[in-house]
Design a protein around this ligand. Sequence first.
Ligand SMILES: [Zn+2]
Ligand SMILES: [Zn+2]
Ligand SMILES: [Zn+2]
Ligand SMILES: [Zn+2]
Length: 212
Amino acid sequence: MKSKGVCKLCEKTYTGQGMTRHLTACLEKEKANDKGKSRIFLLKAGDGPFWIYFEVNAKSELAEVDVFLRDLWLECCGHMSAFRIGNTDYMSHDDFLDLGEKGMDVPLEEVIKPGTKFRHEYDFGSTTELELECISERQGKKLKDIVILARNDIPELLCDECGKPATQICTECVWEGEGFLCESCAEDHECGEEMMLPVVNSPRMGVCGYTG
Ligand SMILES: [Zn+2]
Ligand SMILES: [Zn+2]
Ligand SMILES: [Zn+2]
Ligand SMILES: [Zn+2]
């Protein structure tokens, strides 16, 4: 399952891998006249068909990136999440902080730099794991918010029964690597309607109660 996406700066289309190379160069060109002095990181999250590239202030805290990923891709019922950077976990909830856990109130620039690969986990039961990477850094005007530079288009998924575009996923059959269904096949599907979740543009598709 591969997917493409559009660079929001120049509107050209790339695959996930091509985008990494493209964006650093494109950013440099587009932002050549930005005279700001703040450090800004370019980050990538996700791999496979679901990926996103975004810019964030180096002084922003991990918590801000956590909220961003939840809003975009993850949030179903307020599960716990964590970043793992090197051998350290940074937790979203402060339940265990007195046991030596670290929280997410840590500025990015203290824990990552260009080249750092790290991980985000949402929900420690039905976990959605995301690979993250700090691709590059530039100087510029401080960002008001996290800025999305590119995101995958929704991959085309076909009904396992009849080959028409799928709109539903069966949360039972998904464990066997199938369960994509079109509207009419979903109605007749043996596992029942209550097992269906919508096909959405997220790595958490078909997990827990995630509906996008
Ligand atoms: Zn571009
Ligand atoms: Zn949930
Ligand atoms: Zn069908
Ligand atoms: Zn099923």
